[in-house]
Design a protein around this ligand. Structure first.
Ligand SMILES: [Zn+2]
Ligand SMILES: [Zn+2]
Length: 152
């Protein structure tokens, strides 16, 4: 009898990656977030929720290069060369690329489908440019939609 094949949990590092290494050399440590979602182009004001940089399935990362400097890395099946070029352009303007909770289908309200105010298990760039990890919670976060019953 063969032993049951162990199912490896899908993780971000199993996702296909695209990268760009020729970033501006004077890229500051803190980058303010871009105005719009990298993938749908909607403004943050219009979407609400959080400006995501990493979930289990996709990411837009600025990583340290072991040979010096930093590089841009996109991960996930939803992200392609077009997104990479767009992200590169944002970095040239000293803006941190991000994607919205609608595009990532992450932390959406069960009642109205709007982004929740907190995205457990994700990383997000805040308005000052800090990358914040959103820990898993034991409860459902409140909804960002002002007319939703779960708003808060
Ligand atoms: Zn989006
Ligand atoms: Zn809602």
């Amino acid at each position: 009898m063969c032993p049951a094949k162990e199912e490896k949990p899908l993780s971000l590092w199993d996702q296909p990656a695209l990268e760009r290494r020729d970033l501006p050399t004077d890229l500051p440590e803190l980058l303010l977030p871009a105005r719009r979602c990298l993938t749908c182009g909607r403004t943050f004001e219009r979407i609400g929720g959080n400006r995501l940089t990493a979930t289990k399935l996709q990411a837009v990362l600025i990583r340290d290069d072991p040979n010096g400097g930093r590089y841009l890395e996109l991960r996930g099946t939803q992200l392609n060369d077009r997104h990479l070029r767009r992200a590169e352009k944002l970095l040239a303007h000293r803006r941190h690329p991000w994607f919205c909770q609608l595009c990532a289908r992450k932390a959406l309200c069960e009642l109205c489908g709007s982004p929740l105010r907190f995205a457990p298990g994700s990383d997000a760039v805040d308005e000052a440019g800090h990358i914040r990890h959103h820990a898993l919670l034991g409860f459902t976060p409140r909804c960002s939609n002002a007319v939703c019953k779960r708003h808060g």
